[in-house]
Design a protein around this ligand. Structure first.
Ligand code: ADP
Length: 318
């Protein structure tokens, strides 16, 4: 099974012809729905075929009730800590006709996920094949969850997103696998390896150079840098190749009719976790290829959590 520890947000999405500027009022169409990196990744893992537990903090409000209904509909075992006097996480998203967006996130209850609650999830954390976390929850709680998971023998995955979230060295070391996108990878390199690299330059770097940067950042972790439509790059520590013949390699993305890339990274991490849990002995490259195809499909639909595909839609999944 896969345990996801992370955020739940209610996304409020307003689509306008032109983004409002300070003082302006614009007419919009509105859509509300579930989001948050944690929930998106839990839905991706569940739809990719893994029995999935989702550990999150919610308020005592309508958004929380909605989260429970949605989790049940997806077959996700939701373990929620109720934070009585704080609202559930929420995001306000404005999108214009060209797809550009402006986003504000109120972490709300997500920021209150407690060490005590996560410690009480010892059984699923230690019994899981894979535990997956992101950085929309308190870093010390994320660390505790991954450390407990590792002690119990689970494979630990950290999607170090968003890029501006604080990270400590221990958070990188406790992750068996890291899945940053270009921006997150550049931010981590700046913070933890004193390397100034522009995210835009990453897809143009040669394999050995990128591999070297991954090794500097996370000497003991497998690093999968996702590169949007350019696919991803995988770098293993010398001693732990996880069934792969090569220490580093690139995987191209499928060419698809992309309409909305929101949640592509979440699709990738959730699907990777599900595949690694399903067959820990299979080559890591096979799980990465599956995750890339799954994420590419997710970009052909609008939305995040509810736009996740299902395993049987992914070419070559069986
Ligand atoms: P994030 O959403 O975190 O920025 P990326 O944009 O790197 O993450 O996307 C994650 C993965 O999703 C990529 O590695 C790729 O496999 C897939 N993907 C993203 N955008 C596209 C696209 N336009 N076409 C095909 N696959 C895509």
């Amino acid at each position: 099974q896969v345990v996801v520890v992370g955020s739940y947000n209610h996304d409020h999405v307003w689509t306008t012809d032109v983004l409002p500027v300070p003082g302006a009022t614009r007419l919009a169409t509105y859509a509300g729905g579930p989001g948050g990196k944690g929930f998106n990744q839990a839905v991706a893992a569940a739809r990719a075929g893994a029995p999935t537990v989702f550990v999150a903090a919610l308020g005592a409000d309508a958004a929380a009730a909605n989260a429970r209904v949605l989790a049940t509909a997806e077959g996700i075992d939701l373990r929620d800590e109720v934070i009585a006097d704080v609202p559930s996480g929420a995001a306000g998203i404005f999108v214009d006709a060209d797809g550009r967006n402006v986003i504000a996130i109120a972490p709300g209850a997500n920021a209150c996920l407690s060490l005590g609650f996560v410690a009480a999830q010892q059984v699923p954390l230690a019994g899981a094949a894979v535990v997956l976390a992101q950085l929309e929850s308190p870093p010390d709680v994320v660390f505790a969850a991954l450390a407990a998971a590792r002690d119990g023998g689970a494979l630990t995955l950290l999607n170090p997103a968003p890029a501006n979230a604080p990270t400590r060295r221990e958070l990188i070391d406790v992750a068996d696998v890291l899945t940053p996108n270009e921006t997150e990878f550049a931010a981590l390199l700046g913070r933890h390896a004193q390397r100034a690299v522009s995210p835009d330059d990453l897809p143009r770097l040669r394999g050995p150079t990128l591999h070297g940067l991954c090794r500097e950042l996370a000497p003991r972790s497998t690093v999968v840098v996702t590169l949007g439509a350019a696919g991803c790059f995988v770098s293993h520590p010398e001693a732990r190749r996880r069934g792969d013949a090569e220490a580093c390699y690139a995987v191209d993305a499928d060419k698809v009719a992309t309409v909305d890339t929101t949640g592509a990274g979440d699709a990738f991490s959730g699907a990777l976790a599900a595949r690694l849990a399903a067959d820990p002995a299979a080559p890591f490259a096979a799980a990465v290829r599956f995750a890339g195809r799954f994420a590419a499909l997710s970009t052909t639909r609008r939305g995040a959590a509810l736009a996740m595909p299902r395993a049987d839609e992914v070419r070559g999944s069986s």
